[in-house]
Design a protein around this ligand. Structure first.
Ligand code: GLC
Ligand code: CA
Length: 551
């Protein structure tokens, strides 16, 4: 077992943390049923420790019928029996804390599962009842109420309304769901819902959970005033703008909820922290990330920013300016469980339409896996050197690529199954991790894997990379370790590189970061080389490489 180091005493630990997202069903399987579980995570504490992490964030492990990978929660205060028990959770938390790693859990407040006891009650209840008022039930339109109440669209189905009969209701109402029909939206205008979530937050905070990732944090409050307004397509973030008056999302009233949550978080020592997933106009991000509300908000810009010097610089500048507007710090992220793995994006010609490419099982255009992984590492070292927190996704430390050829019959994601198969969905980044070069499911477990793993996973396994000093895993380990000792004031200074493909910035303590995005090798500036994401060529920085220097 790794040596016990305990948690740092720093109350601001979250401002510049390295946080690693675990998708529990696909991390490690302890009992050979093909599904990752909490004991599996506990069995890999040494591995997590080797990455010098400040925290891990666990995607939902709650009881769920998996209509949306666990983001359809049937009980917010329990563990899915397939993933373990509350005692297993307590053990995992204790073991993580012993090695100095904190833990975030995922809170999904916008919607529950249709199997949640409240929704089951609601379906059985009468229109206008207390039970129905916890969700959004309405009469339909048309002569006999046979049409949905509005034209609202859902992310995973054409309409955001489903007739209650689909879920076994005997009446003639419809209920609203912004995601799959198995994910009914709560009515956050009902104080009972507010109270219930405070209890859930307290439940986990009392168990010792350090932080919360808030799913779809922008959507809790909706304009439910009658008559309900029309919204036949998703508003773009620009359309919704910075007014705080969206119909289905980003309404100013949502901050009342988060101010209450903040009060609860601050009752703990150290205060509990939170990070919002909010797809809003960039100018609205500081409201979610304020220290009076959730404290931090994902900034997803690097997920779509092309790997180019000018675009990267603009993204950083923008985010730093926004962070100045509140007392929060920046967040950086390249991948998560909803995105095509960034090594793959960076190995694909940027002109390629990724949706069609995925639908062609990755065959319509060539993927350069080696250069994708190389660019991904350069991007990682770039964001790790910036002020703020970095959120990483399991497997990116192996330079892992998207699995593009999952057979249609094995796809689990509603984004594919419910959208007329117009989008391959997100399973390709959720394939169980390869720990070993061979064996059942590459060491994920002894009983296969719940999504098929391709043969090339062998080369990206922990075992294959562990002893190679140039592997993605080795670079992550060294960089994350160095970063811990280099963290300094939340400021950067840009230096002229004299080359439009090269960015050079430094932090106040003389920590320099130089990235060569493309083209000719770049002469090494003076200083002590701490790490290079890719071997140098004749002492120069090759394209697709980041170097850290100390001056
Ligand atoms: C968030 C999650 C995503 C899920 C959706 C609905 O965007 O990250 O995985 O499908 O919310 O809960
Ligand atoms: Ca298992």
């Amino acid at each position: 077992m790794p040596k016990s180091v305990g948690l740092s005493k720093d109350k601001n630990w979250w401002r510049q943390a390295a946080i690693y997202q675990i998708y529990p069903r696909s991390f490690a399987d302890s009992n050979g049923d093909g599904i990752g579980d909490l004991k599996g995570v506990t069995s890999r504490i040494s591995y997590l420790k080797s990455l010098s992490l400040d925290a891990v964030w666990l995607s939902p492990f709650y009881p769920s019928a998996l209509s949306d990978g666990g983001y359809d929660v049937a009980d917010y205060r329990d563990v899915d029996p397939r993933l373990g028990t509350l005692a297993d959770f307590d053990e995992l938390l204790a073991e993580l804390h012993k090695v100095g790693i904190r833990i975030f859990v995922d809170i999904v407040p916008n919607h529950s599962s249709n199997l949640h006891v409240w929704f089951k009650e609601a379906i059985e209840a009468q229109p206008g009842s207390k039970a129905r008022n916890r969700y959004i039930f309405r009469d339909g339109k048309g002569e006999n109420g046979e049409l949905p109440p509005t034209d609202w669209v859902s992310h995973f189905a054409p309409s955001a309304w489903t007739h209650e009969s689909v879920m076994g209701g005997k009446g003639n109402q419809w209920y609203m769901h912004w995601f799959a029909p198995e994910q009914p939206d709560f009515n956050w205008d009902n104080p009972e819902v507010e109270k219930e979530f405070l209890k859930t937050l307290e439940f986990w905070a009392d168990r010792g959970v350090d932080g919360f990732r808030i799913d779809v944090a922008h959507a809790l409050k909706k304009d439910l005033s009658e008559p309900l307004r029309s919204l036949p397509v998703f508003e773009t973030l620009e359309e919704r703008g910075n007014k705080g008056k969206g119909i289905l999302a980003d309404r100013d009233e949502v901050f009342k909820i988060y101010k209450q949550w903040r009060k609860l978080f601050n009752q703990y020592d150290p205060p509990r922290v939170a990070v919002a997933e909010a797809f809003v106009h960039p100018e609205r991000l500081p409201l979610y990330a304020s220290t009076k509300t959730l404290g931090q908000c994902f900034d997803f810009r690097f997920i779509e920013t092309p790997f180019e010097a000018a675009a990267y610089k603009e993204s950083v500048q923008d985010a730093l300016e926004l962070a100045l507007k509140n007392k929060s710090s920046c967040t950086w992220t390249l991948s998560n469980h909803d995105q095509i793995r960034h090594a793959t994006k960076m190995g694909l010609n940027s002109a390629v339409d990724r949706r069609s490419w995925m639908l062609s099982n990755g065959t319509s255009h060539p993927l350069d896996m080696a250069s994708g992984t190389q660019n991904a590492l350069a991007a990682t070292l770039f964001i790790l050197a910036l002020p703020g927190s970095t959120y990483m996704y399991q497997g990116e430390e192996l330079g892992l690529h998207e699995v593009t050829d999952i057979p249609a019959s094995q796809i689990q994601d509603p984004q594919y199954l419910r959208n007329n198969k117009m989008d391959k969905g997100r399973d390709g980044c959720r394939v169980p991790l390869p720990w070993q070069k061979s064996g059942s499911s590459f060491g994920f477990g002894t009983g296969g894997a719940h999504l098929p793993q391709p043969s090339w996973f062998a080369d990206y396994s922990v075992e294959a990379e562990e002893n190679d000093p140039n592997s993605a895993l080795s670079i992550y380990r060294i960089a994350l370790g160095l970063r811990k000792s280099l963290i300094t004031e939340e400021k950067i200074k840009w230096h002229k590189s004299g080359n439009s493909s090269v960015l050079h910035f430094s932090r106040p303590n003389g920590w320099h970061c130089i990235t060569n995005f493309r083209g000719e090798s770049y002469p090494m500036p003076k200083g002590e080389i701490l790490i290079s994401s890719h071997p140098l060529t004749d002492g120069k920085i090759p394209a697709g490489t980041t170097v850290w220097l100390k001056k």
